[in-house]
Design a protein around this ligand. Structure first.
Ligand SMILES: C[S@@+](CC[C@H](N)C(=O)[O-])C[C@H]1O[C@@H](n2cnc3c(N)ncnc32)[C@H](O)[C@@H]1O
Length: 370
């Protein structure tokens, strides 16, 4: 009797500590605010990130002597879609798709503190961009372990995906690139997962393909702490970073491997998520990953992909995205943008495909036939 009681309380203590350590101070404060105040605090946080990012991007354009800026129509469309994304984020909390703490989980202060490090890296990045040296990778990495398309400096970022310091700067860099909406766009994969779990209460194994530094898994684990999580990414440095970020997640495995040939048995997972991978893959690799996703999902399982908009989604934004992919060394983006993820999934045998647009991203959900 006593032993049972003891083990029960230990479990409770572990659960409480798990939530405590996952939650930052602003998340805890936000929990106790009335919704109207919460929405105000959220918009203030986003405005801080957005204006800092706009300021930083203007400076960068000047350094890079970039004369082309998105036209007025594209700028107006970006502003409209940005506001719609924030409204959607608040709405998702209201309908219980994810908890309100997620609105405040971006480590804004840490990111602002990283600005000097980012700024110090800019001269190297600019030299690399000007010389077009996209194969400027660390000398101590065994490059033949990686597919040729991966051995490059995506976004011109120092070391590509192949160093610890690249992993440390990645999250803040991406938040600045997306005006403080990177985590918001990532968490748009959660509502379909919440929905799926409501009608499939026994579903519990989740794989995040190309998990990067772990920010999608962090938000998923915060929303559904009882699930069993796996993350896979080709970069061992990013996986290592994710291991630290997700140290408090109870049931988690992380693996450094290629999504084109995943080391999992057929029909292992109930849910697969994948954020911002496909636009960085050449066509044959994209199809290999779709095939692997279908193979590793259980019948009836759910796949949710979030990635960059494609040409068929918005003509105004596609011009903007073409410019973006040219400026930020995304060599496969244009070919990716000619396709439609939803069509590709149907071609590969997925069903119930649905697409939603969120700012500069799209979320596509689909099921493996039962
Ligand atoms: C744009 S980042 C997105 C990372 C993460 N999902 C996020 O939201 O921050 C692309 C990620 O895909 C990973 N990646 C690229 N090709 C891959 C492949 N063939 N297999 C597994 N991961 C891959 C990279 O290492 C990188 O972490």
């Amino acid at each position: 009797m006593y032993r049972g009681f003891e083990s029960h309380s230990l479990r409770q203590i572990r659960t409480v500590r798990y939530h405590d350590t996952m939650a930052s101070f602003p998340m805890v404060v936000a929990k106790h605010m009335p919704p109207s105040l919460q929405a105000l605090a959220y918009r203030a946080q986003q405005a801080t990130m957005m204006y800092s990012a706009v300021f930083a991007q203007r400076g960068l354009r000047r350094v890079l002597r970039r004369k082309t800026a998105p036209g007025r129509q594209a700028q107006r469309e970006v502003a409209r879609l940005y506001q719609a994304l924030l409204a959607r984020d608040l709405k998702n909390v209201e309908i219980g798709a994810y908890p309100d703490e997620l609105l405040f989980q971006m480590p804004v202060v840490d990111y602002l503190k990283q600005i000097p490090r980012l700024a110090l890296d800019i001269p190297r990045t600019v030299r690399r961009m000007r010389a077009g040296r996209y194969r400027d990778l660390p000398g101590d990495v065994k490059l033949d372990r990686y597919p040729p398309y991966y051995r490059r400096n995506f976004h011109w970022q120092t070391d590509g995906y192949l160093s610890r310091s690249s992993a440390q700067l990645y999250d803040v860099g991406v938040e600045f690139l997306f005006l403080g909406t990177a985590d918001i766009m990532r968490r748009q994969v959660i509502p379909p997962v919440t929905d799926h779990l409501r009608s499939n209460p026994n579903a519990d194994r989740v794989l995040d393909v190309a998990c990067g530094t772990g920010r999608t898994l962090l938000q998923l684990a915060h929303t559904h702490p009882k699930l069993r999580f796996t993350g896979l990414d080709l970069s061992p440095y990013y996986v290592q970073h994710a291991r630290q970020l997700l140290a408090e997640v109870e049931d988690l495995s992380l693996i450094a491997d290629n999504a084109e040939a995943m080391p999992f048995a057929d029909e292992t997972f109930d849910v697969l998520t994948c954020v911002h991978l496909f636009h960085e893959l050449p066509r044959p690799a994209r199809h290999n990953v779709y095939r692997e996703m279908l193979r590793t999902l259980k019948p009836g399982g759910l796949l949710v992909i979030e990635d960059s908009l494609q040409n068929g989604d918005s003509s105004t934004m596609s011009i903007f995205l073409q410019q973006f992919s040219k400026d930020f060394h995304e060599p496969f983006h244009n070919d990716y943008a000619k396709d439609d993820i939803g069509d590709a999934l149907e071609e590969h045998g997925f069903e119930k495909v649905e697409t939603e647009l969120h700012f500069v991203a799209k979320v596509v959900r689909a099921n493996k036939p039962s």
